[in-house]
Design a protein around this ligand. Structure first.
Ligand code: PGA
Ligand code: ZN
Length: 424
């Protein structure tokens, strides 16, 4: 006997806090079979200009204008009215309805925070209703555990120190299991704290849990990481690699890159600086090495260094399939950062990932600097076999909850991507 289609019965939403103490949206979707799904929306600081737009109240009396009560009201009002009664397991249909109801290309009318919250909570509810683990519901395949990229030194907009480059990451790709890779990176993180302390450098942390000391220049940050890897008993360039996210759109003005320690540089001089670092350090990935407006610079960067490292587009692609397709056609980068809240629905996120995959671009699933205790991106990375995830230092629970979820998935039998994710 055919069972009745499970439909959405109720959608509620709540204004909660993210890891920076700013309001964000949490959504709960309830289905006719009693299944429910809850999801919380993250928020970036070094955002790309063409990201979907989060709706903020602008009422200066509450949270300095950052309240999200209008987004919450859009979820429980207009969005719920359009989605109630629809099949909860039809994610593509739900997302298409969300896009249509909002009616803007950047989700600015109802708010990308409202739209994404519903899209993700519906996916969790759909998975519960289908009695599938979330990673399998999202990916539909056996699943792979991504290589974590742990941001252990923070700068740029994520810290108050003097580093212009935003992220210095440990990439423990050279291990057979996720847990051994995570353990190595975590031991190195603790060793790094000792290295900093002995030099009288600060060990307070930035927004993503990495240390945020003032340093002489950016090469010193790389030296400290290589020293910490060795001092923790691991082999740099064999077991543990480095990755950078300069987030260079933040220091790009009038066609030039303004670095306090290294001076003002053209795109070509930036590429030269990176090329020098690739020779001296075990760097296997550079994200946003050049700015989102600097498409010509990106073409040069990719032609020069694309065979030596993953060149990941974050601000320049903003998880947008159209921008990615343009980048693929022009030879911009060879990998893409995947942040669901940059585009606003799960289905669009998955579509961008398949455009990347079809072109041989690697995908890196990512958190935002403002996060919550929601670990959905861990399931997204594992389910889609993305190969890589970046979700901060092994410190602060909004970062660690994603790594802990991946440990659970490993205990369920998923296999680690390891060096293969980097073609090593
Ligand atoms: P954001 O930073 O979340 O502040 O944008 C993360 C990144 O640039 O990758
Ligand atoms: Zn980035």
């Amino acid at each position: 006997m055919a069972t009745a289609t499970v439909v959405i019965e109720e959608i509620t939403a709540l204004e909660i806090l993210d890891s920076r103490g700013n309001p964000t949206v949490r959504v709960r979707v309830l289905a006719s079979d009693g299944s429910e799904g809850v999801a919380s929306v993250p928020s970036g600081a070094s955002t790309g200009k063409r990201e979907a737009l989060e709706l903020r109240d602008g009422d200066a009396k509450r949270y300095g204008g950052k309240g999200v009560l209008r987004a919450v009201a859009n979820v429980t009002g207009e969005i719920a009215a359009h989605l109630n009664g629809r099949p909860v397991q039809d994610q593509a249909g739900l997302d298409a309805a969300l896009i249509a109801v909002d009616g803007t290309p950047d989700k600015s009318r109802l708010g990308a925070n409202a739209v994404l919250g519903v899209s993700l909570a519906a996916a969790r509810c759909g998975a519960a209703s289908a009695r599938l683990p979330l990673y399998r519901y999202l990916g539909g395949v056996a699943g792979t555990l991504p290589v974590p990229m742990l941001n252990v030194l923070n700068g740029g907009k994520h810290a108050a120190n003097n580093l212009d480059l935003q992220e210095f990451m440990l990439v423990p790709a050279g291990f057979d299991t996720f847990r051994d890779g995570l353990r190595a990176a975590t031991e190195i993180y603790h060793t790094l704290a000792g290295v900093l302390r002995r030099r009288g450098l600060a060990t307070g942390v930035g927004d993503e849990g990495g240390f945020a000391p003032d340093l002489e220049n950016h090469a010193e940050a790389l030296d400290l990481l290589v020293e910490a890897i060795g001092a923790a008993g691991y082999r740099p360039g064999e077991q543990v690699f480095l990755a950078l996210d300069p987030a260079s759109s933040e220091f790009y003005r009038e066609g030039r890159y303004h670095l306090r320690a290294e001076g003002t540089k053209s795109a070509a001089e930036m590429v030269e600086m990176y090329a020098g670092w690739l020779e001296r350090y075990p760097i296997i990935l550079i994200e946003d090495g050049l700015a989102e407006e600097d498409w010509d610079g990106w073409v040069t960067l990719t032609a020069s260094l694309g065979r030596k490292a993953q060149l990941v587009g974050d601000d320049i692609f903003v998880t947008n399939a159209g921008l990615l397709a343009e980048g693929i056609a022009r030879g911009v980068g060879n990998a893409i950062l995947i942040k669901p809240n940059q585009i606003g629905t799960l289905s669009e996120t998955l579509r961008t990932m398949s455009v990347a995959e079809a072109a041989g671009y690697r995908t890196v699933v990512s958190h935002r600097s403002g996060e919550t205790e929601d670990s959905l991106i861990a399931d997204l990375a594992a389910g889609t076999g993305a190969g890589q995830i970046k979700t901060g230092a092994p410190c602060r629970s909004e970062r660690v909850c994603k790594y802990n979820r991946l440990l659970e998935l490993e205990a369920e039998g998923l296999v680690y991507a390891g060096k293969a994710a980097f073609g090593l």
